[in-house]
Structure formats: C-alpha cells, structure tokens
Design a protein around this ligand. Sequence first.
Ligand SMILES: [Zn+2]
Length: 479
Amino acid sequence: MDGKFYVTTPIYYVNAEPHLGHAYTTILADVLRRFHHLMGHETFFVTGTDEHGDKVLQAARDHDMDPKQYVDKVSRSFKELWPRLHCEPDRFIRTTDPEHVAVVQAILQRVYEKGDIYFGRYEGLYCTGCERFYTEKELEGGLCPQHRVVPERREEENYFFRMSRYQEWLRGHILENPEFIRPERYRNEALSMLREPLEDLCISRPRARLDWGIPLPFDQRFVTYVWFDALINYVSALGYPDQERFSRLWPHAQHLIAKDILKPHGIYWPTMLKAAGIEPYSHLNVHGYWNVDASKMSKSLGNVVRPLDLVEKYGVDPFRYFLIREMTFGLDANFSETALVQRLNADLANDLGNLLQRTLTMARRYCEGKVPPAHPGEGLDEEVRVKAGEMVDNYKREMARLGTHRALMGVWELIGLANRYIDRTEPFRLAKDPSRRQRLENVLYHALEVNRLLSLVLWPVMPSSASEMSRQLGLRAPG
Ligand SMILES: [Zn+2]
C-alpha cells in the first residue's frame, strides 16, 4: 500500500439542506481518512459545496435572496454539520472561492487553446419559466417538473468540449485498470456508456439567461456549465497547478460518490483531465443509495423524523457505526430507527460495552488496575491470540478496499470470542485460588490486549467512543 491517501466527497449542490446521503459519503470519507492515518499514511480529506448554476439561482429566488447571500447560508449549514458528525475535513472548498474560479478559468483556457473546445449550436427542450434546458429524462410525462408545461424546442449557440476525442483513450484506461472505477458493477456501467459514441459536452451557458457562474476566459458572454466548474474542485483544492501538495497527493486521489453521479465522474472528469494534461485520478469509488423506511421512524409533531435528527437522540458514534456497518459498499441499504436501535443495543451496549466493562472491573479487582504479565498460555489463550491477529489482518485488508462492513464483522467476531473466553475461563473462580494466580493473570492479559486492539480499530468509525475506551485502558488515543 502506498503511503499517501487523498480522499474527496462530491462537493454538495447547495439547492437543498444536507441529508442522509451527504452524511454517509462524508462520514465514510472521514472513516477512511482516519484508517489511513492509523496506518501511518499522509492523508488529505476534501469536501465542500457546489454553488453555481440555474438550480441554485432558482433556489435563491425561491427564498427571496441574492444568490451569493443564499449560497453563503447553505454552504455554512454543510460546513457546520461535519464537525457535529465527528468529520474533520482538511479543506472545505466552495466553487465561489476565488482560487477555484482562477483554476477553472486556467483549465478552460488551456483546453481551448489546445483546440478541444469549439463554438457550436445546441438544440434542446427549453422551459421559459425555468430559463433552462431539460433532457428527456428530466421531464415528467413530457412536462417541465416545475411548471407542468410542454417545453419548447430551442436552439442556442454555446461552447462544446470535444469529449468524443478521448472516448477510446478512456475505454482503454478503464480496461487496463480494473480498479479505476469500483465496485465492478459501476465499472461495467461506465464501459457500457462508452459503447455508444460519446457526444461532445456543452460546457457554457449564455449570460443572457444565466449570469450565476464562472465566465469563460475566452468569451465573456458565457458562463461555465456547472459540472465543468464543479469537478475541477478536486484539483483546485490541492492547489493545482503550482503547489507541491498537488504533485504529491494527486497520484493518490480517491473520489467517493453515490451512483447517481457516475457519468460526470466516470466519463466527463477523466476526459477533462486528459484534455488538460493532468493524470487521471487513482480510484472512483461508487456507493448505493440509502432507502429510508419512514414507517419505522418515530414522529415528532406529526412529521417523520429525519435521519440526521437521530444523531441528537442516539449519539454521533452509534450513528456513524450504524451507517458504516449496515451498508455493503456499492449496494443500496435500508435506514430505519428500529434497525439503528437494534444495532446500538446488540453490538455496542451488549457485545462491546459488556466486554470492556467486565475486563476493566476484573483488572481493577484482581490486578490493582495494572496490566498483569503474560505467562505460557493454554489452548484458549492461543485461540484468542491467533484470532486477534487475524482480525487485524482482515481489518486492514478490508478497510483498504472499502469493505468496511466486512472489516467490522471481523471485529465483532473477535468481541464475541473474547466474551466467550471470559465466560469459559471463569476468572472469578481463578481469583479464589492463589495457586492459580498465573492462570488468572494470563486470562486478564489476553482480555486487556483484545480491548487495546479494539480501541485502535474502532477509532476510525467511532472516534470519541474509542478515545474514551483508550483513556479507560490507560492508553493514549490515536489521532
Ligand atoms: Zn419550468
């Protein structure tokens, strides 16, 4: 494994407040960052907000606000949420940041001079109420979803990115690098998008109808299409092109996204990078959706509680644990309060809480709160020692390839084994017989060692609970 880890979430579109999907991606990024930190790697974690475009302008109008005032407000609600979820991004980037704007314009200029951006005609379905084009897919029963009217066919002059030129290169790159887009189902999906000829990407909007965007450096009558602007955050956040951090960390870039934005990240972005003369990112990691089961959520004042409201009720770390344990990376998962409470009671209170408390109690009672010496062991001790080693190996392997739920399953197998180990060795009986002192010390030694390992491997997922665990064990918390 390489000693560097650069992880990004999508920068979130500010036309709505943060929800469960945003929380999951950002928590996962933070979990992976902490894991790589434990492994001694250099890490950098970026999240932020995507603030341009017609939907943002529309949302600002709906709130009777000036667009900048509106994006400042919503961006703040994202920025303030992350520390409350124990997420610690190194950089919170906004597409209205002047440094980002400068990088977008520099890349546009470069690609334009290279001949990969040209002026042409765009024809599509346009809603005058929304002042924007819709794709067939976005319409509902052929109508504008906002205004319920049939959009008109309209032509517009715009700039286009010659994406088609990089189609064959991208196909080859995905085929040669099986882990470039993962899991495999999304790699296959990207490959199937590339089976049809790629159309060139319209990357501008006339300022006459949309003024809220980054002006094209070579034609001030137009602003940049939001995706072309937003994707560039992944390099501008590292200080592309001049900063040393960019050259050091970009080769290790890993993007985390939900499956709905596979096309911009799996197709547009690598071709944009190629055209700009930048190496492709290392991995695009794609996760599924959370289905929220409203019937299994409690209600307050007649409204169904939103998942993020449950953080207050049950605590941040249990919430993080639930999300990371429950979702198989790449597949959809179900969220409900009932399931959260079950995990909290069974895994955290019973299994983990019980193991820690009984171990600490015995250490205090029988060994004056000190770690006793280890002695030549018996079969049961050996089993715990071997299984603990296997848990750590499995954990490292799975966390490195996004198998977070499997990593945690392995951790809980060890917790179960350690609880049974204490049941079977019966330390309270050993303590009554002075001739069995060494046996007692050995059992306590092994139980304490398992707890020590747990306080480390659980830190990425439950940072404050694991730190508290370290404190109780008299250890220094990671971080
Ligand atoms: Zn409309």
